[in-house]
Design a protein around this ligand. Structure first.
Ligand code: HEC
Length: 340
């Protein structure tokens, strides 16, 4: 049927080595007596949402080095003795084809979460973001808790809760509901583009207007080593838009490592340009740079940190610098305590 799309030997290798546990069509049979003593069933490779969002690289690692290499069950064997690297690549390509998930954005396009640039890939994720802004003598510590949830093939809904400490005074300052839609992706070109919208609703700030924040986000892989993400967004307050509105363009390049495990350190460099609608004596465009690192903590990288600093390049009296620390938990890939 799809003999052209798959290397012919992928199917054979699968049927000889994998089907006994994962099932000929990718769906394990729960009544298989082999599974007695298994703490969990083999993964259902025919599930399109699961299959599509798993990066191919992770499946290559698991099939080569076994389940424990990414914190999964040791019942998932290592095939590095039995199969050549080319055979593992072929069998994973076949395993990936079992779900028929061509119209789901693939996990290979799920690039690292940047500090400012909006991400294009839809996630099931919880992110706790800490930001310390240092300006003159007052420091502001901001805490954001963001929950993102996949809906269907291409949608994501999210909610963000923002809390700020200024001096000793702390309070909730904002809630931000949002939605995102993957408008375009291309596996071969490693390209993904999304459109999103968040509403920024002030809390405990008398008279402050809510703001609409529409954005476009783009992701592009370059070989196995580098990724580029870029986004453009506008902040449009419901009142005094000409005075308080602004646009921001941001882009980040990450080094993703050629065949690296998800637990590792991956540097990135981000640049931002903010354009206030009304200049009010400021520069027309404010530039900032944010060197950062992604630190994969769990073996499968579903618990990770992002650390960085943002330094203004002009208009330096707005703030001296901002320090960021994000804690990321991708809950589709396991509980926070699993996979270490
Ligand atoms: C002896 C049974 C067994 C065989 C044979 C087997 N697997 Fe698995 N596999 C498992 C189990 C059990 C898991 C679930 C591990 C977990 O979730 O902790 C799993 C998980 C996986 C996963 C999912 C990892 C993830 O990200 O969740 C992939 C991919 C996979 N196997 C591919 C293969 C391929 C390809 C083959 C053949 C080359 C194969 N398996 C052979 C038992 C097996």
């Amino acid at each position: 049927m799809s003999a052209v799309a798959q290397p012919p030997e992928g199917r054979e290798i699968y049927e000889r080595n994998c089907a006994i546990c994962h099932g000929a069509a990718g769906k394990p049979d729960p009544s298989n007596p082999l599974f007695q003593g298994f703490e969990r069933l083999p993964a259902d490779l025919s599930d399109p949402l699961f299959s599509s969002r798993e990066p191919t690289r992770d499946w290559l690692i698991v099939a080569t080095h076994g389940g424990p290499s990414l914190g999964f069950s040791d019942k998932m064997p290592a095939f590095k003795q039995a199969l050549t690297p080319a055979e593992v690549t072929a069998v994973i390509a076949y395993a990936k084809s079992l779900a028929g998930a061509d119209d789901y954005p693939p996990g290979d396009l799920n690039f690292f979460l940047p500090l400012r640039t909006k991400k294009a890939f839809p996630e099931d994720e919880v992110v706790w973001k800490l930001r310390q802004t240092t300006r003159d003598s007052t420091d502001v510590l901001q805490n954001r808790l963001e929950i993102e949830r996949r809906l269907g093939k291409r949608w994501q809904v999210s909610a963000e809760l923002v809390h700020e400490f200024e001096g000793h005074h702390g309070q909730l300052v904002e809630v931000e509901p949002g939605v995102k839609y993957v408008a375009y992706f291309d596996r071969a070109r490693k390209l993904i583009a999304s459109a999103g919208f968040t509403a920024s609703v002030p809390l405990n700030q008398a008279g402050a207007p809510w703001a609409a924040v529409p954005y476009l986000a783009l992701g592009k892989g370059f070989g196995e080593q580098f990724t580029l993400q870029a986004s453009a967004r506008a902040s449009l307050p419901a009142e005094d838009m000409e005075r308080d509105g602004e646009a921001e363009i941001a882009a980040v390049v990450h080094y993703a490592g050629a065949s690296a495990r998800p637990r590792g350190i991956f540097p990135g460099l981000e640049a931002m340009a903010t354009i206030p609608f009304e200049r009010r004596g400021r520069d027309a465009v404010q530039f900032a740079l944010a060197p950062q690192v992604r630190v994969g903590l769990s073996k499968r990288g579903h618990v990770a940190m992002n650390l960085g600093v943002q330094v203004p390049l002009n208009e330096r009296d707005a703030y001296d610098f901002r320090a960021y620390a994000y804690l990321i938990w991708d809950f589709a890939d396991g509980m926070i305590y699993e996979g270490w």
